[in-house]
Design a protein around this ligand. Structure first.
Ligand code: NHV
Length: 853
């Protein structure tokens, strides 16, 4: 179990001294106790956290990932839970004009009491609450008490009276209650997720003392950004606790981070209560924020200062990248485009769908997010989708995206089922949308908003009409329109007004309707759910691939964390509980029969599955990228896991890259080689994200016999056209080899620069392994051991395909893995991990395809 690390932003908490006006912020996260309601058995609680996380920490619940323990950790969801804490205040603190309690996130249904008063009724985990509590606080001891209500028992009456069941197929409970609470849907289970319906204080709580007035919000609205100028409207919300209107002034200090700052000021009259101030400004020739590989993600600091006379009483800093991002949906000769323009340049989106990184969500600490973004950038991605079945992400997620030039597709948190749409429910949604739009709108990385995941596709194509009355269907469709076509876009134009929005993804398309691929983003589940071969993907290009994926088991060292030798069978109870897709194992088997010889044992099955996912997904993603400008994005399903499980992820829960993540790194490289085989021709592509043409490149093509090595070599001068994919060389295969040689030949292409440095390589096999004549061979290894780093040198007299180097250290990083080792070729792989000790000489095992049958 991972240890919680206190969130980075503690260090950034304001504790400002402005003359005599001291703003003081206390964290109220320490010293909490919790008990099941009515039991009066109190234990210490970690905040932020959850009841279940604390019960695991105290040993009341076992490790939920191990064996079949998921089954025995379910009972707390049906109970209510109490949290309490006392804290001490001084007279001096109470002398301030006001005290503001800020609950950043309570999960979900809760009553909050302070010193005998009910100060809050929470009903949405995604909404933070600020409450003025000065008149309730006392010198000495103060008491907070939060009662969390079971989201199950709380919402049973809703299901009992609805008159129909919601088709929330991923909700593993009976009845399905996830839709009734504004709570992370994935906690109720998913087709990659265990169920753990949690309660608790999942974000920090603070108490701030201040005088006169506070800045509640600061929106640096980018009205227009061009190369010549950025027009900014600084919108500041101030709350005054002065009883009368008072004179004050606002100053905006702004400039590139770390460089000299300019200022503009405005005198204002603050009325008691809420005030809204707007301060426009213009920046000539702004240094624009650019996505990764296009330039630097420049960030400006904008500081708003509120002053009375020459005394500053409040300030707020925002870090802002100036840029223009638009989704372009325009009719064209082939249908309708679906692509993003960043600073007026079309961008091919390379990335993945992101799910929450932990079922125990509050375990996602700063180290987690740094690792995640390291995995994103090392795989050469420029886009990540925060998918609608999880949570809006922590501020730090978007901050890292800002700093690394990664664009974020943000779903609102709704997915795969209709939701209630009565007035009370929609009022709750309204608060959630306003809160999160205001929280996230200053982030340069936030590219656009999407209403939900797959609800419209479900309403139209998933057969819900066969199981429900026309009246129910009508209610759901009307509810959809109210929520996603009216409420959310209206709130966005009011509270953002700078970003594109679509009501849902996929937008007006379905993977079963190939016609719809011409005009939209598509979740193409023809691969996997539709059992179509990987090869089919090149012939069904969408305008933007926003989901598509393929499952694999995590590698053996991860399986060993939750299963023992006797469970190593896909039909064992333990393995079945770690496979949440009802059709998952059958589909993996079916594809494996199509592409591989039957593996000898479970371990080989796991290994072949990883290879199949990696190579197959590379083929599919490459087809998307070759297919630009028609197709302008490839966001595969899914980058990560939230517990150790069989899933579509390219990195497992313990941060082991699956074969797929290495292959994504290769195919997403800023300049990569692609190859399309058609009519017995090999068509080589340069696929470039760079904004300048690159000439003087060399393409070397080697014909390699599996046993004899290189039998032919061609060299060609090629170029890579800026921001495009284009064919640079076409070769007739029969000019290289005879038809019968295809089963024992690989064509290796290498792109190098004018200094001979390799930029990209591409191995083309004419068949999947069961149709190749792979030779038996032994891979020789030489290992140099050092603390923190092992260096493995690999050679093989004959081709060794998809060589997998295993080491029993979770999360160890490999410079490469799942590689094709050509006859006589020497490859050096570096393995790094703080856990590697030269003295221990951790064993390394090697597998390749020919050894599995
Ligand atoms: O099944 C994998 C992923 C899900 O984890 C996730 O919800 O949005 N998946 C599959 C689909 N969408 C998503 C497509 N759904 C269907 C497939 C086949 C028939 C009906 C629905 C993600």
């Amino acid at each position: 179990m991972k240890k919680s690390i206190i969130f980075l932003w503690i260090a950034l908490l304001p504790c400002l001294l402005f003359g005599q006006n001291k703003v003081e912020t206390l964290r109220l996260d320490d010293g909490w106790q919790f008990s099941q309601t009515g039991k009066n058995q109190w234990s210490d609680a970690e905040v932020p956290g959850s009841v279940q996380r604390d019960l695991i920490r105290h040993g009341v619940l076992p490790d939920p990932y191990f064996g079949t323990n998921e089954n025995v950790v379910q009972w707390p969801e049906k109970e209510d839970w109490d949290f309490k804490k006392s804290f001490t205040l001084s007279e001096e603190q109470l002398n301030h004009d006001d005290a503001l309690l800020f609950f950043e996130g309570l999960d979900t249904h809760a009553d909050v009491f302070l010193n005998g008063s009910r100060i809050l009724q929470s009903q949405n985990m995604f909404v933070g609450h600020k409450i003025s509590v000065k008149n309730l606080l006392r010198k000495g001891e103060n008491n907070l008490y939060i009662r969390f209500f079971s989201p199950i028992t709380r919402m049973l009456p809703a299901a009992a009276t609805a008159g129909f069941d919601y088709p929330a197929d991923n909700d593993h409970g009976t009845p399905k209650l996830s839709v009734y609470s504004r709570k992370a849907p994935y906690q109720f289970g998913w087709d990659w997720g265990m169920r753990l319906v949690q309660m608790g204080i999942w974000k920090p709580i603070t108490l701030t003392f201040y005088d006169k007035a506070r800045i509640d919000d600061f929106f640096v609205k980018q009205t227009s950004v061009t190369k010549e100028k950025a027009i900014i409207d600084n919108q500041i919300e101030i709350y005054s606790v002065e009883p009368q209107p008072v004179d004050a002034s606002i100053t905006i200090e702004y400039g590139l981070k770390g460089e000299s700052q300019k200022t503009v000021s405005k005198n204002i009259v603050l009325n008691p209560g809420k005030n809204a101030v707007s301060i426009p400004l213009q920046i000539d020739h702004p240094k624009r924020w650019m996505p990764v590989n296009w330039g630097k993600p420049y960030l400006y600091d904008f500081k708003a200062k509120l002053s009375f006379g020459n005394q500053t009483i409040a300030e707020k800093i925002e870090s802002v990248g100036l840029r223009k991002v638009q989704l372009i949906q325009k009719d064209d000769e082939t249908g309708k485009s679906f692509y993003f323009e960043v600073n007026d340049i079309p961008l091919f989106a390379k990335g993945a769908n992101y799910i929450p990184g932990e079922i125990l969500r509050t375990q996602q600490d700063t180290a987690y997010y740094q690792r995640l973004f390291d995995n994103i950038t090392s795989a050469n991605m420029n886009f990540i989708r925060v998918w609608g079945g999880g949570t809006y992400e922590d501020d730090y997620f978007y901050r890292l995206a800002d700093e690394k030039g990664i664009l974020v597709w943000q779903d609102f948190i709704f997915g795969c089922t209709p939701y209630p749409s009565d007035d009370v429910f929609l009022q709750n949604v309204r608060e959630e949308v306003i809160y999160n739009v205001k929280r996230l709108r200053n982030h340069a990385s936030l590219a656009f908003w999407c209403g939900n995941n797959e609800i419209e596709e479900g309403l139209r194509y998933w057969g819900w009409d066969k199981r429900n009355t026309p009246e129910t269907m009508e209610l759901w469709k009307k509810g959809y329109d109210k929520t996603f076509r009216t409420l959310i876009p209206d709130l966005l134009s009011q509270y953002d007004g700078t970003r594109s929005y679509i009501h849902g993804s996929p937008y007006n398309s379905s993977w079963g309707k190939i016609e719809s691929f011409k005009s939209s983003d598509v979740h193409d589940w023809g691969l996997w759910h539709g059992r179509m071969p990987f090869e089919a993907m090149a012939d069904r290009l969408p305008r933007f691939a926003s989901e598509f994926g393929f499952q694999s088991f995590p590698e053996m060292k991860t399986i060993r964390t939750f299963a023992t030798e006797k469970d190593f069978d896909i039909n064992s109870d333990v393995m079945k509980i770690h496979q949440k897709s009802g059709v998952g194992n059958v589909i993996i088997k079916q594809y494996m029969d199509m592409y591989f010889h039957e593996p000898k044992n479970f371990e080989d099955f796991v290994y072949l599955g990883l290879v199949m996912q990696g190579n197959g997904m590379e083929e599919a993603v490459e087809a998307n990228r070759r297919g630009r400008p028609y197709c302008m994005g490839a966001l595969y399903w899914q980058i990560n896991d939230d517990w150790p499980v069989v899933s579509w992820s390219s990195i497992d829960y313990y941060n082991n890259w699956k074969a797929q993540h290495y292959r994504m790194r290769d195919v997403f490289a800023p300049l990569a080689l692609g190859v399309k085989f058609a009519d017995n021709k090999l068509n080589y592509y340069t696929m470039s994200d760079y904004l300048n043409d690159i000439d003087n490149l060399k393409l070397t093509i080697q014909v390699i016999d599996f046993s004899k090595g290189v039998v032919k070599e061609l060299k060609e001068k090629v170029n890579a056209k800026a921001n495009s994919s284009q064919v640079v060389k076409s070769i007739d295969v029969l000019s290289l080899i005879s038809e019968s040689d295809k089963a024992n030949t690989v064509i290796r292409a290498r792109l190098s620069d004018d200094k001979g440095k390799t930029i990209s390589t591409k191995d083309y096999f004419f068949y999947w392994p069961n149709k190749l004549n792979l030779p038996e061979t032994k891979v020789n290894t030489k290992i140099a051991y050092a603390d923190g780093k092992y260096t493995v040198t690999l050679t093989s007299p004959k081709l060794a395909k998809d060589v997998f180097i295993e080491i029993p250290v979770l999360g160890a990083r490999f410079s490469d893995n799942f590689i094709d080792l050509m006859p006589g070729e020497k490859r050096v792989i570096e393995i790094t991990s703080p856990q590697l000790q030269a003295s221990e000489k951790t064993p390394i095992t090697i597998r390749h395809i020919r050894e599995t049958y």
